[in-house]
Ligand binder design. Sequence first.
Ligand SMILES: Cc1cc2nc3c(=O)[nH]c(=O)nc-3n(C[C@H](O)[C@H](O)[C@H](O)COP(=O)(O)O)c2cc1C
Length: 547
Amino acid sequence: MVASSATLAFRSAGLRARALPLAQRSLICYSRAAVQLQSSLRCYSSEPKPETAEKAKEAVKETAETAKEATKEIKDAPKEAPAPVAPKKGGRRSKKFFCTSLALALLVGLVYGSDTRASIHRYAVPPLIRLLYPDAEEAHHFTVEALKQLHRFGLHPRERGDPDGDGALATEVFGYTLSNPIGISGGLDKHADIPDALFDIGPAIVEVGGTTPLPQEGNPRPRVFRLPSQHAIINRYGLNSKGADHMAEVLQERLRDFAYAQGFGEHELAQERVLNGEANVPPGSLVSGKLLAVQVAKNKATPDSDIEAIKRDYVYCVDRLAKYADILVVNVSSPNTPGLRDLQATAPLTAILSAVVGAAKGVERKTKPFVMVKVSPDEDADEQVSGICDAVWGSGVDGVIVGNTTNRRPAPLPKGSILPEDEQPIVKETGGYSGPQLADRTVALVARYRALLDKPNMPELEKRMQEQTATAKEAEPDRENVPAVGAAEPVHKYGRKTIFASGGITNGAQAQAALDAGASVAMMYTGVTYGGIGTVTRVKQELRQQK
Ligand SMILES: Cc1cc2nc3c(=O)[nH]c(=O)nc-3n(C[C@H](O)[C@H](O)[C@H](O)COP(=O)(O)O)c2cc1C
């Protein structure tokens, strides 16, 4: 009966607490169960029934007899048997001391281990994971699952001491003031399992996905390979995805938990109130000063030649996911889905992006998600880059993520070195290459996109701009300093396109170079897998030191 009361207490407490952060949930469950358990015990002790008392007496008698027999056996035992050791004086005290020290050591270990600044995260954990999981994909799954479980119990690594609190790294993106200009790139949290654990390690942007409309397996394994000497990875995952509906469920549950924890209640209206800004946090990230990006892609089985079907794929994902995103990212640059990168040609890209922008505008939410397109570093000929920029302006998307993995094989670092023998077959694996060797090219490409996006060459856009300027002049004839119509004017008239940089960023100097080239956010993936969970904190610290 006591046990079943406790179980009931766990269940009822669990139902209500489901909508709270898990660390709090467990505490609530435990404390409610404990209260009920105590009251059940109280029932037993305060109202003993006569037959229960009788049974208790019998049990006491039986126990006493057994004890007598046991004492007799000890007395009759052969003399050479070792005499029982009498407890030492002060034994209890030393036991207490030992327990207290152990508890203290555990506490200190926990505080240290859950701080992103702990050097164990940089120097011990990544090599240990590589040793335990020679298959890089298994290491990826292990890390995501470990972070998920640690976050559930509030034991996950996090940035302590609010280093962004001084505002030194604050930056404006889409009208939001972000706490810092660092992001986690797509693919690390493919199924939106750990956005909150990732936010807690310090970035202002977390990109989850890419997700496809229908679930798909991706390419056969093995499909992720390490080049440890280069701190680089080659992957050909092929956009393995649990599908947009699954991700929508996960993100909705996250929103429901948040709304309940904030005191908005459990009903659907509570979620709408959070989505419409009543909690004073962005509707996607649910964290002040941070934004959640959700990346969408097409299914491999959708024919590359059927633009209408491809548009339907992207729009399907947007319809399911836009509600939970601050930014939607259109992936047309993964090298591992055949034909995907061909969608970066101006006409198909404009058609796809226009469809996504239209669908994003239709989301039932006060503020609509912004839309960005993630482009490949390999489509870098002048006409390709300017064609993509035309599609960006033509479709009305809000920005570009410049960079992804590359099909090329960059020269090893340091310059002039050669790969160790065991890595030479690995570098020939098919797939997208990522790692610090990409950084210089990313910075150069960001600068080119910045220049082109700031001076759109679309004639119709310039015509619209001139018309608007003329209207503005007519409306405000007395206004002084009306800006002259110049090449850079459309940027101010139509809103400057935002750029995020992704590719090879692993330290503060590289992040700063990307920002100086015109990016608003420097994103990381491979750098975190080699540098550990404290990489974002370290890069931000290096950025601060450069200021
Ligand atoms: C294992 C792995 C999986 C990735 N999955 C995706 C993905 O699903 N979608 C995407 O747009 N980029 C994906 N990327 C690319 C990264 O988001 C990033 O753009 C690229 O790795 C370059 O940045 P980095 O050098 O900081 O890793 C993946 C990269 C890696 C290493």
